[in-house]
Design a protein around this ligand. Structure first.
Ligand code: SF4
Length: 109
């Protein structure tokens, strides 16, 4: 009999559990982004309003570039021509193609 066996497997179990817990939020974000139809971000969400997001870019008083909008932002991964799409900042949610926020960066290319 190996006296260390129960100890080792318990340690391994604890380790796996810790990894599972740490990975859970990422798994959720992935599921939200793919398996389920994602919700639109809400302008009233504190995280969203902190970045000055508006679903209608023309309504923002912070926007300095009149051509800037989610659809031409480097963090936007929505398909061209669609009304909304995912944004790297607001994981698991959709932003309006014509929206805008202060994290806007010019899309490369
Ligand atoms: S980071 Fe870009 S795509 Fe995301 S909400 Fe802001 S402007 Fe839109």
């Amino acid at each position: 009999m190996d006296h260390h066996a129960p100890d080792n497997s318990r340690r391994r179990f604890i380790k796996l559990t810790a990894i599972g817990l740490a990975a859970a939020p990422f798994a959720n974000a992935l599921l939200n982004g793919t398996a389920r139809a994602a919700d639109m971000v809400s302008e009233s969400d504190p995280q969203v309003s902190a970045l000055g997001y508006v679903a209608d870019a023309t309504k923002s008083d912070k926007r300095t570039d009149a051509t800037a909008a989610c659809h031409n932002c480097g963090l936007y991964t929505g398909k061209e021509g669609e009304e909304s799409g995912p944004c790297a900042i607001f994981q698991g949610k959709l932003v309006a193609a014509n929206g805008w926020c202060t994290a806007w960066v010019k899309k490369a290319g």
